[in-house]
Write a protein that binds this ligand. Structure first.
Ligand code: AMP
Length: 419
């Protein structure tokens, strides 16, 4: 299948070519014809599947077929980072067709966004809260919108945005085409989709949204107190290039980033307490390969689009299987290969099993590499109890898989030293 077979506007096809998209991804192959036919669509698709072009291309085509003044497409998305990425994709895809687009998100001034809304840019990509702020002002009349995209609806739910989404929907014209995307479809999300879609084409919804096929997934059983040392050992091995390390909380993200800094490993961090400026500069440094490690929490990390990423480390096991799928989706984007490594403490075993159930397969357990538990200690060594447990795990792992290639690949030759 080729992009030229969809019958898309030539100006859009030119942009597709310039972006070097050769073949449509599976979600594009299904969603583009469905949306071009004018029908509503519900699709289970995650970041990395090519879903942004899957909704933008058909809608931009339909807008070009029947041009009118004013804002025609509204894309609702949960995070600022996704908002920026979708805006970038829209600008790139619409560049030869004179499509104007503006991102609307919180944490920055209202002024330039107000100007864009008043100017009637063709496409608004917005987070729900900030959009509602604008809609409460006299200029906020979204009455020309013919197309609505709800992106990452499950993440909207997780972040508590569904009430805001409903308030926005109440302000939109009823006669419109709606495309609804979500990685997972929990009952609340299905409920919302039923309220807002009419006779929708369903894509992938009976199948589970699984991590991309190119991702290999593995887990290390490691005591919580030894996770830092394991991470340093992996980073010191030559196999790990750029890596995003996910932690469960902002505090853990800060502690880990500070620890890595103290070990002489340059890194950046993004989480909900960082300002927009800090997040943007962290992303820029990571994308420009100025630092190798990005420490992140889930809330802001969803939707990060970094093409050369080959490793994701789940420093903590995510509580929700959907978060695992999304985190792992950071690697192996659009058919590249990647590796997702999960650190599992004894307390987190049950959560890992829930994830295995959700993705319908076992995650390979790797023996711990031999590593030094006290890399350049800044403070006194970890409590003895912790070291002993971790050492016992190491021994057990080595006994279970003697001569395993991972030990030499990941580990350091001074392995298992224990002070
Ligand atoms: P998305 O799932 O929309 O976040 O897209 C994931 C990444 O894949 C982005 O970097 C896109 O630019 C890229 N991409 C989307 N469609 C294609 C395609 N057909 N071929 C190659 N890359 C693509």
């Amino acid at each position: 299948m080729q992009f030229s077979e969809f019958g898309l506007d030539a100006r859009l096809l030119r942009a597709v070519e310039e972006l070097s998209y050769t073949t449509p991804t599976p979600i594009q192959a299904e969603a583009i014809p469905a949306a071009l036919s004018g029908r509503d669509v519900i699709a289970a698709a995650m970041t990395g599947s090519g879903k942004t072009a899957a909704f933008l291309l058909p809608v931009l085509h339909r807008i070009l077929q029947a041009p009118k003044l004013g804002t025609r497409l509204l894309v609702l998305t949960p995070t600022r980072e996704l908002c920026v990425q979708i805006h970038e994709a829209c600008t790139a895809l619409g560049r030869h067709a004179g499509i104007s687009c503006a991102p609307i998100y919180g944490g920055v001034g209202m002024g330039p966004q107000e100007t864009a809304i008043q100017r009637g840019v063709t496409v608004l990509v917005a987070t729900p809260g900030r959009l509602l702020d604008h809609l409460s002002r006299p200029y906020g009349h979204p009455d020309r919108i013919d197309f609505l995209v709800v992106d990452e609806a499950d993440r909207m739910l997780d972040m508590g945005f569904l009430p805001d989404v409903r308030k926005v929907l109440a302000r939109l014209p009823k006669k419109r085409q709606t495309l609804f995307f979500s990685a997972t479809l929990p009952p609340e999300v299905r409920g919302l989709s039923k309220e807002i879609l009419t006779d929708a084409v369903a894509i992938n919804v009976e199948r589970k949204a699984l991590p991309a096929t190119g991702v290999s997934q593995a887990a290390f059983a490691v005591h919580g107190g030894a996770k830092n040392a394991l991470l340093v050992a992996l980073l010191n091995s030559n196999d790990v290039g750029s890596v995003i390390v996910f932690t469960r909380t902002k505090a853990r993200c800060n502690r880990l980033a500070d620890f890595l800094e103290a070990q002489g490993i340059p890194n950046v961090r993004i989480h909900g307490n960082r300002t927009q400026g800090q997040r943007s500069s962290a992303m820029a440094d990571f994308k420009a390969a100025k630092v190798r490690v990005l420490c992140a929490t889930d809330v802001v990390a969803r939707g990060i689009d970094i093409s050369a990423l080959d490793h994701v480390v789940n420093y903590d096991v995510p509580h929700v299987p959907g978060d695992y799928i999304h985190r792992v989706g950071r690697t192996a984007r659009a058919e590249a290969v990647g590796e997702a490594l999960t650190f599992v403490s004894p307390e987190e075993e049950a959560e890992l099993r829930a994830i295995e159930k959700a993705i319908g397969r076992k995650i390979e357990r790797r023996p711990l590499p031999a590593f030094d538990f006290t890399p350049k200690p800044k403070r006194p060594a970890e409590p003895r109890k912790v070291d002993e447990r971790a050492l016992a795990q190491q021994r057990a792992a080595r006994a279970g898989k003697k001569g395993s290639p991972e030990v030499t690949t990941w580990g350091r030759s001074d392995g298992g030293r224990h002070r």
